[in-house]
Design a protein around this ligand. Structure first.
Ligand code: ZN
Ligand code: ZN
Length: 454
């Protein structure tokens, strides 16, 4: 029986096995090469493409950081064409995708991308559409999309997830990545730390078993957790740009991407903290706010807030929660108004999705209360007690020089409170914020959390 925590990252890249959780897990990425000075192995990694046409894709920054070196390494044995984005702020939208598509010649054998989040998203989508494989030379450990099979792209101003393909190789040279802009390193750390609350939500959903057939896997969950623990230990040296820390973060990011593939859904890598972060990203996009903060910086901030929400919940006694009777109250009109105010023209779609999930009848609310009461100790032991405390996480983010407050993101009090209350409405995925809502505690929990910052 394969125990995932015992596998090296190279072994994890290609797996096909029957798991003790009852599911069959499969993933195939090809090569994952992370290490100090690993870039020099690039000709070897790409050996099957020798003599063939390589399209090197970068932007002006990543070209300078590593693209030129990649060119020098492979120019003698490969036929290379280049496409370098000149944008100051590259976005994965129709314009950037189209620009790359126009540059691909028919005889291109592989797209070799040098970059991180956006360039990777662009290459993955174009690779899927053109069926030309791609490989990525990572310039920053900034997000968990390297080993992902989907691309988040901007369509008509809205972030939408499109199917993509796995890269045939991920090359992460820690000597290069450690020199990435500091907020990118911190973003990687933030995205990793978010796995704690993501896993807690996943376990909660499994325990309550409300999502018929929640495909939970302890094997995967422990793998992600151990990778995140390593980052927790390594984080204090982030501000010194330690190669070991860079490696730990990159490995955890790749692992969580892989685990999405193994699980067949994103639970191992994202929970309430990602929903809050996505809500903020959506608002920024709508309001045309340009910010240097990346996905992972927002996830770091949101993770701390979700940890506060967990702490708030478990500072209470389930008997007291029950006897207060607040769980019986649910004001549907207020709920609808809030969604309309927060989601604007997306609200109809959300109301359609969520309306049938609402617990409006007294008996339904009683039953949900009863279920939570029954599972309370189980949830506490398996979801809450193994989480870092908010104080611990805040200390860690501070030590790493990372932002931890929504204020630093540029989010005001009302918007942040909204994010805590409505981010969960975007889909049916059970987590801490829905549980608070079921107990009639959502608004007071949101107030409690928001008061920590404003
Ligand atoms: Zn499993
Ligand atoms: Zn993420």
């Amino acid at each position: 029986m394969i125990k995932l925590v015992d596998q090296s990252i190279e072994q994890l890249a290609n797996l096909d096995f029957q798991c003790f959780c009852g599911q069959h897990h499969q993933v195939s990425i090809g090569d994952i090469c992370i290490g100090s000075g690993i870039l020099k192995d690039l000709p070897e990694i790409l050996s099957q493409y020798k003599g063939k046409k390589v399209l090197l894709v970068a932007d002006k920054n990543t070209y300078e950081v590593a693209g030129q070196r990649v060119m020098d390494l492979i120019k003698n044995e490969f036929s290379i064409s280049r496409f370098i984005y000149q944008d100051d702020h590259l976005v994965a939208d129709a314009k950037s995708l189209g620009a790359l598509l126009m540059e691909i010649e028919d005889d291109t054998s592989i797209i070799l991308t040098v970059g991180s989040g956006t360039l990777n998203d662009i290459a993955r989508f174009v690779s899927a559409k053109t069926r030309v494989p791609y490989a990525i030379v990572a310039t920053a450990p900034s997000m968990d999309g390297y080993a992902s099979v989907v691309s988040p792209l901007i369509r008509n101003g809205v972030k939408t997830t499109f199917p993509g393909v796995y890269p045939i190789a991920i090359i992460g040279d820690t000597q290069i990545m450690k020199e990435a802009p500091m907020h990118m390193l911190q973003a990687g750390l933030g995205d990793v730390l978010g796995k704690y609350t993501g896993l807690a939500d996943w376990r909660m959903s499994k325990i309550l078993d409300l999502e018929r057939n929640e495909r939970y896997c302890d094997n995967i969950s422990h793998l992600v957790e151990s990778a995140v623990d390593k980052c927790m230990d390594a984080a204090p040296k982030l501000s010194q740009r330690s190669e070991d820390t860079t490696q730990a973060i990159m490995e955890a990011l790749i692992l969580s991407g892989l685990c999405i593939g193994l699980a067949g859904h994103s639970r191992p890598a994202s929970g309430s903290e990602h929903q809050v972060s996505h809500y903020i990203e959506m608002k920024f996009l709508q309001e045309g706010i340009d910010t240097k903060w990346l996905h992972g910086n927002k996830v770091g901030v949101a993770t701390l807030a979700i940890l506060e929400a967990y702490k708030y919940l478990f500072s209470k006694d389930i008997e007291d929660i029950k006897s207060s009777g607040k769980y019986r109250e649910f004001d549907k009109d207020r709920w609808v108004k809030r969604i309309e105010r927060c989601y604007g023209n997306m609200s109809k779609q959300i109301l359609d999705l969520k309306e049938k999930e609402l617990l409006l009848e007294e008996i339904e609310r009683e039953n949900r209360m009863k279920l939570i009461e029954e599972k309370w100790e189980d949830i506490k032991a398996n979801c809450y007690l193994n989480l870092p405390s908010p104080g611990q996480l805040k200390g860690l983010l501070k030590d790493a020089g990372a932002i931890y407050s929504p204020k630093e993101l540029g989010v005001d009090r009302e918007e942040f409170k909204d994010s805590l209350m409505v981010a969960k409405e975007i889909r049916n995925r059970y987590g801490i914020m829905q549980l608070l809502d079921d107990l009639g505690l959502l608004e007071e929990a949101a107030e409690y959390v928001v008061n920590k910052y404003y």
